[in-house]
Design a protein. Sequence first.
Length: 137
Amino acid sequence: MAALNPQDALIHLMIAVAAADGQISGIERREFTVLLRTLPVFSGFDETRLADIAQDCGDLLDQDDGIDTIIRNVRDTVPRSLYETAYALAVEVVSADVEASQPELRLLEMLRDAFELDRLTAGAIEHSARVRYRRLG
C-alpha cells in the first residue's frame, strides 16, 4: 500500500464505518459518492482511485488490528483541525442507514476518543446528522 494522503485516510475511515456491521449497504455506497463529490475536503479527488483505496482499506480491515491502524492513519495524516470533519464523515455514513448498529456505535465511540472530541461537539455533529436523515411518517 502506498503512503496515504489525508483524503485516502478519510475514505478508509468512511469505508471502515460502513463495514463495521459486516456489510456495506447500497445507501452507504451512495452516501460515499455524494460526500466525495460535494464536500470541500475531497476537492480534486480522483474518483478513478476509489477502487484501489477501497481494496487497500479491505486489506487493512482483514488484519487483527485493522480498525486501530485506520484510526491511527487518520490521526497521522489528517490535520488536527479536520478531526471534527473526520468524525462528521463517519457519522454521515452511519446515519445514511437511519438505524445505527452496535458495532457502528462502538466505532463512533472509539473515534470520539481518538480525536479527543468533547461531548458537546460530538453531540452536535450527531444531532445534525439525525435531523438530516429523518423520514416522514
